[in-house]
Write a protein that binds this ligand. Sequence first.
Ligand code: URA
Length: 438
Amino acid sequence: MTPYEIISKKRDGHELSAEEIKYMIMGYTNGEIPDYQVSALLMAIYLKGMNAAETMAVTNTMLYSGEVVDLSAIPGVKVDKHSTGGVGDKVSIILAPIVAAAGVPVPMISGRGLGHTGGTLDKLESIPGFRVDYSIKEYEQKISEIGACLIGQTPDICPADKKLYALRDVTATIQSIPLITGSIMSKKMAEGIDALVLDVKTGSGAFMQKYEDSVALAKQLIAVGEHFGKPTLAYITDMNEPLGRTVGNWLEMVECFEALQGDGPDDLLEVTHQLSGAMIYLGKKAGTIKEGVQISKEMIRSGKAWNKFLEIVASQEGDVAMVQHPQHYPQAKYQAEVKSEQDGYIAGVNALEVGLTSVSLGAGRQKSTDIIDPKAGIILHRKKGDAVSKGEPLMTVFTDKEQELQGAVSRLNAAVTYSAEKPLLESLIREFIDKTKL
Ligand code: URA
């Protein structure tokens, strides 16, 4: 077996064996196979695809390239949620304390912002002092004491994915269903969960913009989860508009604080409660998902989720006083308003455009070495279905980069579409998929 033979086999559309897949991935991880050969293989996979057995082999190889956390000493069914990434997607931060407050342990290994999408770790780190770099031992201890811990991928978890992901990022091979499946599920299987809920985004602000691709990805993710014996459920949710009313790290955190205290926007709460309800059900604290959703709402209404969140912040060394008094946080140096260009209704606010603009303001990274400005971002005052009159503020933009301000305003103006009639507002939850639908 040589890298050349394996690359040409996939280039010609043939199935690779588990041994061939392992040989290439581990050879690359160990520095024995050069990146130009693995790049060629990734492109062949991107173009020719992989079947279920090959996808499983990719996942297995990446999973066992590093440490697999064992949380069996912690009582209860440990359940995590994973989103394929979106704009204004702050659901994990609201849902983790809700589910933990309902008595289901939440082990959560999250990612950073990627392209136009935000990342849970960047958002959490905007809380002064908040740490996401605990060791696996500390992670275990915090889940056992508090019921939840949110950390980043340690160097010991799925090192093969870390290396391969960086290569995919620069070789235009991210958007491949088998490679995304292997990447996501290897990390999820390594973090010590018993069950998983997936939020597969679809629409302009999602990695999978086409509906059929989102469904195909959800099915692959479920098939892998179930293969590992972990009950896995998926929701396809709409990502044509940013979720909630804020995009940008600290702005999103403030929205989370409000949501946890009972004052969140409807779209954000709809997705959050559905996913946390499914987690509470998988965690065996509810007999049905519907009952799980009721429990989720009760966790907010009773204040238990907010108290759990404050416990998590304290346990991860964040500044609890700042979370309780967010008005003391430093403000961005420059602000500008995006104003309505006509009378009528908002027909939509393009999520991809908002995500890309927020990156230009400093809320995301254009290259991996960029430093995020937690204060930068966008507040959306109006969204799809809202009536507007000409000149009324639609969004406020926050940045320290004066030179980006006007460009951002123009770009956001162009991201808004209008209609004379009120558009139909549909549920953001487009489809539920479980193993019976594979
Ligand atoms: N998120 C991941 O962790 N991996 C991918 O390949 C895509 C999104």
